[in-house]
Design a protein around this ligand. Sequence first.
Ligand code: ASP
Ligand code: MG
Length: 426
Amino acid sequence: MAFVVAKFGGTSVASPERIQMVARRLIASKQAGNQVVAVVSAMGKTTDELVGLAKALNPDPPAREMDMLLSTGEQVSMSLLAMAIQARGYKAKSFTGWQAGITTDENYSRAKIEDIDADRIKREVERGAIVIVAGFQGLSESGDITTLGRGGSDTTAVALAYGLGADVCEIYSDVDGVYTADPRVCPRAKKLDEICYDDMLELSSAGAGVLQARAVEFAKKYNVVIHSRSAFTDTPGTFIKEVTPSMEQAVISGIAHDTSEVKVTIRDLKDQYGIASTVFSALASNMVNVDMIIQNVSEEGHTDLTFTCPESDLERACETVERVLPKIGAREYVVDKNIAKVSLVGTGMKSSPGVAARAFTALAENQVNILLISTSPIRLSIVVEASQCANAVRCLHTAFDLDSDQVYEETQLSAEEIAAKMNKGR
Ligand code: ASP
Ligand code: MG
């Protein structure tokens, strides 16, 4: 018997059939003797549709109203799921974020959880109910509804698991765990049985979409064990937890790629103190999220400065750079949108020399040209031309002995067909 918090993403609750499937899974867990709390996202693409509605009425919708609007998506799925469970003769009760005791700061649309008072949820669980909590939302101290940032239901689940002292936080989605690389890009990728928080955090930040980086950060801080698994099968997925001595330390745990960034190069700027500060202070105050930065060796007192940022920040980045060009004595700037960042991640890197050499050799042998490089103690990121992304991921995957014997095939069945199959006979 265990105390389980189970989170279901938007695809897992996208239709009545899939909600039935979730209901059955939760009931099965309850029948197995577990105490069960579920956290749900909004159905399918609901959140995007709500954003669309808002933009149709106001190009710059006020953040407070936006959170009032977006929090409704999760309320639909939580109540439907509770009804589906009740229809099967089991006790279930749904709660909004604030009813579940989740208090946040005042930052609408990206609020941080400040406190959890899970007593009410705990009482309901002890009375035998399957409790459903709306993900992605909380209440600020001034009493307004807030949301936790896109993908925030993962964070709700981890926070509740901590607040309830649960044994595990299961995160169900349409992928069956954490892979050594995205199997759609690298068919020889293999599923990991377990991975430590630090590696998972780097992978999530470097573009692996399985889990929200903030949720992993939270889990690490409070030592919550996450089990990332598929909503459409019963096979175990990947456990994200503290490293244990029994965990085999591979040099590289996984390879992430990210095609959502762009590269901006400022040409011929003055090579003197204060210039970088001028550029990056201006970018920061314009809310541009800078990732990699490279400055070239200077020639005759002038140099080139390159940085990458999310494509969604590009407009603001261009505005800013244009404004500071005269101040920094630069000639021009160029934007390159056709790039991909490929990151090798592994805590094992710290204790094994030669990772960079091995990576660069593999890339050279496969004629992949490197545009930018950046490193941390447990990550090596390179930027390549977007068209070379898959090639780079695959050859690095092979070079670091990560290839599986089996070739990944995308399942032929649609999620609806799997749901129908699983619904049969239960
Ligand atoms: N529904 C929210 C979103 O789409 C939160 C979540 O899915 O975790 O971002
Ligand atoms: Mg989601």
